[in-house]
Design a protein around this ligand. Sequence first.
Ligand code: 13P
Length: 249
Amino acid sequence: MTLPLVIGNWKMNSLVSPACDMARSLAHKLVAVEGVEVVIAPPFTSLYPVGQIIKDSKLSLAGQNCYFENSGAFTGEISLEMLQDVGCGFILIGHSERRSVFGENDALINKKVHQTLKAGLTAVLCVGENLAQRKADETFKVLEMQLSQGLAGLPGLSQIVIAYEPVWAIGTGVNATPQQAVEVHAFIRHYIFEKLGFSEKIRIIYGGSVNPENSKNLLQEKEINGALVGGASLKLESFCAIINSALEP
Ligand code: 13P
């Protein structure tokens, strides 16, 4: 059975003190929980203290972004070595906000994925179509592009997670239905297996307005191996409820 993966992406939210409180409470809540892998991605300023708090817990740490160079004159960027140094095991790459707000393209994203894997960390490659693309029936075409370019040149056994996050579902309160998500996940799985030579067992998680009300229906689908949660990961109750719904009944 595939171990479900639930990642809380805190985005640009929370100062150090509340981030530490949240991490402490969450680690405590997860003490007796088995059967789900839980990761949190706080903002950079909180990574070190949060990493210290959760280092002996069931929680893992993720960076929300990285740069592909190791060090040097890259003002404002953060290297994988730095992220690893503070305890990150996962890196989110190519989030739609990085693509749309900060202009990241597939070539840059591919370099980040390569460097993440080289550092021995797990790359969480985020892909997804926007509303206009979905309406124009271009969803699969967009995904093929993002996947073939984002994963170019990587060996099939790479430590990768794919996060399907339709842009129209992010922060809107309108989640993809389980049917919509399953259709796309199945497409992604088939595509990366048949065309790109990756394992069929790669975890494909869903993100976009996941909340305690819709998480059970989404996560009970075999095709959906977990969730990438934004807003609802900022509150202990809602995030724990989502984590619980990833567990076997
Ligand atoms: P929301 O859960 O707030 O829609 O955000 C999803 C997301 O972008 C997670 O990376």
